[in-house]
Design a protein around this ligand. Structure first.
Ligand code: B1M
Length: 212
């Protein structure tokens, strides 16, 4: 159990309103929003993951937990973005790859990128390689960020990089990959420019990729 036991329990029970009430209380107590997000909201989701794996939680319950977590996150977001966001660093197109509907981690990465000064175009989930190429052509971002939570959807990241090469766009853009099953080794093997294991380091890595 984390220090935020009440919050953890409410997330595990999928209690939206209770999660929001507790997050408001912690905010009123001036708890560091980053710590609240990491320990109070993200940690309980890994417990949900373990319970899902062991068959102690089923999809509807996992969805309820994810929804409750998101409701808490909505309240913390303005406290995390805001401060540094007057600085403009660059543009990122960010999405979850084809066949993958997981978006919580991607949304947190988006939040952290915005908090350090990136303009983030979040293109959503289940995006196929051709669609990514189309969006890159339209948006002309500095960085393309790809998220995958399923081992079965990771190959789409490679496909996107191959298609960027085929379209002559690869040299114009940095590609960053991440998500629970993704590793630095995998990122190297597909020729990505950057990898980050969590949202805070994703923002740092993105800055680094642009030499900032
Ligand atoms: Co699913 N799911 N899920 N799921 N789910 C996992 C990923 C799983 C590990 C659970 C398990 O078995 N233990 C497992 C994957 C196994 C595998 O492939 N290795 C799994 C499975 C199997 C499935 C289904 C196939 C289940 C089924 O239907 N039988 C199905 C697939 C649906 C699909 O996508 N096509 C499915 C469905 C779902 C729900 C819809 C119920 C729900 C998603 C709701 C939503 O996202 N809106 C869900 C959830 C919630 C999870 C777990 C429990 C939690 C994921 C999460 O939100 N974590 C997850 C278990 C787990 O991860 N421990 C699980 C919290 C989040 C903050 O962390 O997403 O890792 P994370 O993001 C981090 C980092 O990874 C990183 O930064 C983030 C913040 O620090 N990061 C990046 C992420 N993207 C990045 C990009 C970057 C850099 C860093 O650069 C661009």
């Amino acid at each position: 159990m984390s220090d935020y036991r009440d919050l953890e329990e409410s997330i595990l029970n999928g209690e939206d309103e209770k999660v929001q009430a507790l997050v408001k209380e912690y905010i009123d107590q001036r708890i560091d929003p980053m710590q609240l997000m990491t320990e109070g909201l993200i940690t309980p989701m890994s417990i949900v993951g373990s319970k899902m794996k062991s068959g102690d939680m089923f999809i509807p319950e996992v969805l309820a937990s994810a929804q409750a977590m998101r409701r808490g996150l909505e309240l913390i977001k303005p406290l995390i973005v805001g401060e540094e966001s007057s600085i403009y660093i660059g543009k990122v197109v960010l999405g979850t790859v084809e066949g993958d509907l997981h978006n919580i981690g991607k949304n947190i990465v988006s939040l952290m990128l915005e908090s350090v000064g990136f303009n983030v175009i979040d293109v959503g989930e289940d995006i196929n390689a051709n669609k990514f190429i189309e969006i890159v052509k339209q948006e002309n971002p500095d960085i393309l960020g790809l998220s995958a939570l399923l081992t079965t959807t990771m190959p789409c990241m490679k496909e996107v990089i191959e298609k960027l090469k085929d379209s002559g766009l690869r040299e114009k853009i940095k590609v960053m990959v991440g998500g629970a099953p993704v590793t630095q080794e995998f990122a190297n093997s597909i020729g990505a420019d950057g990898y980050a294991s969590e949202a805070g380091s994703a923002a740092e890595k993105a800055k680094q990729l642009l030499g900032k």
